[in-house]
Design a binder for this molecule. Sequence first.
Ligand SMILES: C[S@@+](CC[C@H](N)C(=O)[O-])C[C@H]1O[C@@H](n2cnc3c(N)ncnc32)[C@H](O)[C@@H]1O
Length: 236
Amino acid sequence: MTSTHQNPAAAPAHVARIRTFHPRRGRMSDRQRDALTRLWPAYGLEIADLDGRCDPVALFGRPAPLVLEIGSGMGDATAAMAAADPDRHYLAVEVHTPGIANLLDLVQRHGLDNVRVARGDALDLVRALPEGSLDAVHAFFPDPWPKARHHKRRLIQPAHVALLRSRLAPGGTLHCATDWAEYAESMRETLTADPELVDPHDGFAPRPAHRPVTKFERRALTADRPIFDLIHHRRP
Ligand SMILES: C[S@@+](CC[C@H](N)C(=O)[O-])C[C@H]1O[C@@H](n2cnc3c(N)ncnc32)[C@H](O)[C@@H]1O
């Protein structure tokens, strides 16, 4: 295993052990399995194979502003946004293989050439990306980890926000959304406290039309839970 002494881009061991995701299984449909087999070699990226460095231009074969979609779930939001925004590249990252396979199926069905899919821990991928290489980071409905003893597993916490912000280009966007009110408030405090982020909305942002409604959002709306968007920018 690579140590931080050998590789400064790697996480310190005590940080790497805390996971922001639940280990979970899931069955794949035949269609998803087929998409994974056929499309992974061209569109997939195994984060464990990166050796601490990821070159986005090499990954897509050409330069373009890059959006990182953390925890893309089943990939519906990523596919819809990438289809509506062909001049930017979308790099989705997920640990859940059926979700990755579903996104690959959507990529093929919509004929998208501006999407790549990474499998593994998004924080390891972010560490491997060059500073200032991202036009936007999306964290839509990250796992809320509601119990206080699990708050350390939340994606949006000060150290992770500093890392994400460092990979944004000046003026780049960090867009978070959640249906968990207490997490929303914690996100607001964390993002506002980062001196290198600016908040044009001074708190929660109006729901942007370009963020597609996903299963998680529909479920929240059915249960009458409000949705909170937070849109901050790296200081220019
Ligand atoms: C609650 S789901 C939301 C999925 C999707 N964004 C949506 O709105 O439908 C959160 C997802 O984030 C993924 N996730 C959490 N932490 C992650 C990490 N560090 N790296 C990659 N994926 C992660 C989980 O596997 C899960 O699929």
